[in-house]
Design a protein around this ligand. Sequence first.
Ligand SMILES: [Zn+2]
Length: 333
Amino acid sequence: MGTSGRLGEGGATPTESPNAGKRPSPLRDGPPLAISIDLEDYFHVEALSGIVSRDAWPSYASRFEENTKRALDLLARYDTRATFFILGWAAERAPRLMREIADAGHEIGCHSYWHRRIWTITLEEFREDTRRAVNALEDATGEKPRGYRAPTFSIDHRSLWAIEILAEEGFRYDSSVFPVQHDLYGMPSAPRAPFRWRSESGLTLLEVPMPTFRAMGRVWAFGGGGYLRILPFSFNRWAIRRASKQENIPVVVYFHPWEIDPGQPHLPVGLRSRLRHYTNLAGMEARLASLLQENRFVTVRELIDGWVAKAPIPEHQVSNHLLAQEVCLCHVP
Ligand SMILES: [Zn+2]
């Protein structure tokens, strides 16, 4: 359980007083910090997709309900509301849990239905997948998700057509673009602070990029998933300050329920995937507790409301030109 995890460096134990009154208010004291959860099971992740087919999902022992409840307890301990980007597949299987998440005041977002990288499917498949997930979430919670996070951050120069579809389907924002170089994802030339996409037909969609900071002439990722779990906690703590206080960029940290589950079955994958998926599962909950104790997080929806109210945000055209030459997105607010 949560109290048994190894501590992050300099962190507090999860059972200590949350000390919420002393945490800075993000919307008043600087760029807001948001916390998000990509709600999926351990066998849904891209690192394991080579050995776990979608047809086989029902044959794996599901652990997302128990792990999500642990995440809900952790957030409640620190009086924090988060954005849950939820897989439609999971929402259909656990409608009571979905209601529990919504009833606790968390924001309901969409993480697709089948967890396919967007650039591997067609435009029609993407629309169908998104609608199915939205329906599952709305049926379970009564709330239509207004935010989207693509599986494996797969909105990049190969799938910008998805922006217009998300806008057409009624989404207000996307939080999928990772402005870094990575072997599985990334759009290095994308803006690093929130901006607004404008499609050729005039539709708009806010984008809240994943967390990065600039140092030594390049952009680095931090603050979620393997970056938060594997890299030193002190690095992540420093990076939050760097991006937030020095670069004035709102930060959205993220994690997955399976990342606080050291007891999950270990599947036989290659070395790289094994390192990415299984390193420091036992220490992740304590690291999250430290983050929650040291910072005041809001939902992504609240981050947008707070940020947009402060200053106009830049707008970027989704165009064929941009598809061909992503370098024209090279703008760091
Ligand atoms: Zn995911």
